[in-house]
Design a protein around this ligand. Structure first.
Ligand code: MG
Length: 280
């Protein structure tokens, strides 16, 4: 694969990505996939999906896990509902993530990603140690499938993320860097954060957003690529500086408006193509 192939976040029957047909129409060579529902994660469905990828000329780069009951309604709701952090759903979601890893293996995919949730900041607490232990368990499992775990950024500051990765201490734990999430959650200036966590970055989202009036307490606003506060030229320039050569995966989470979603992603493809030509 050439450097910085463009990609799009895609869905089958779960998640907020575009359908595979849309990815084909957009003419991108790669996708990340939101894991389909449990009933669709069978060997037969995997074979059919692989055949479609081949027909459409798409390479799958990461399979993302997401769970029933997660809500991104506001920041306190994310804290309560998202990822492996909420204790009441942790065991079941860990099990589901392992099943998603098995499904990703059927698809020949070497990485699974997820929003792990809001990791507690105090590294001395039992809550922190518990989430470290569950992440170690997941890393060890996916390693047997020949895979890495990519943590979606957003909820943590760069310092918090580095402390967490260090505490987990596994060589297959990496970062899926999403610059807009840093802004939307108010967890830090994305370009500085990217430099800090750079050596762990193995996949990225190209998404844009604007800062909230009260960052960290209320959401910033997700906007079309190039119209927000990330600064796409600087973002790509920094990806180059840290030696990142993987896919540039566009994420635009407005499936309720499919026409607008496709047209804005089409615009993002053109913007990234132009910037790539300038920078490479
Ligand atoms: Mg993202």
């Amino acid at each position: 694969m050439s450097q910085w192939p463009i990609g799009v976040f895609a869905s089958v029957d779960a998640g907020l990505g575009v359908q595979l047909e849309v990815a084909r129409e957009l003419g991108v060579p790669t996708i990340q996939l939101h894991a389909p529902h449990a009933g669709s994660r069978t060997p037969e469905k995997a074979q059919a999906f692989l055949a479609k990828l081949k027909e459409y000329g798409l390479t799958l780069t990461v399979v993302f896990g997401g769970f029933e009951g997660e809500s991104y309604a506001d920041i306190p709701t994310v804290v309560r509902t998202v990822g492996l952090v909420p204790p009441e759903t942790r065991a079941a979601r860990l099990q589901e993530m392992k099943e998603i890893s098995d499904f990703a293996k059927l698809l020949g995919c070497k990485a699974v990603g997820l929003h792990i949730g809001f990791v507690p900041h105090d590294v001395t607490t039992a809550a922190f140690k518990d989430i470290v232990a569950v992440t170690q368990d997941l890393c060890d499992y996916v390693k047997k499938n020949g895979q890495a775990v990519h943590l979606e950024t957003g909820q943590e500051t760069a310092d918090g993320l580095l402390a967490f990765i260090g505490a987990v201490g596994r060589d297959n734990l990496f970062v899926n860097f999403d610059p807009a999430n840093m802004i939307l959650y108010g967890s830090g200036e994305p370009i500085a954060a990217l430099r800090q966590v750079g050596k762990y970055v193995r996949s990225v989202h190209c998404k844009d957003g604007t800062w909230a009036k009260r960052p960290g307490q209320e959401w910033g606003c997700e906007v079309p690529l190039g119209q927000g506060d990330v600064g796409m030229y600087n973002y790509l320039k920094t990806l180059k500086e840290i030696g990142y050569e993987g896919p540039l995966t566009i994420e635009r989470e407005i499936p309720q408006e499919p026409e607008r979603q496709k047209s804005e992603i089409g615009h993002a493809v053109r913007l990234l193509t132009e910037l790539r030509e300038k920078l490479l």
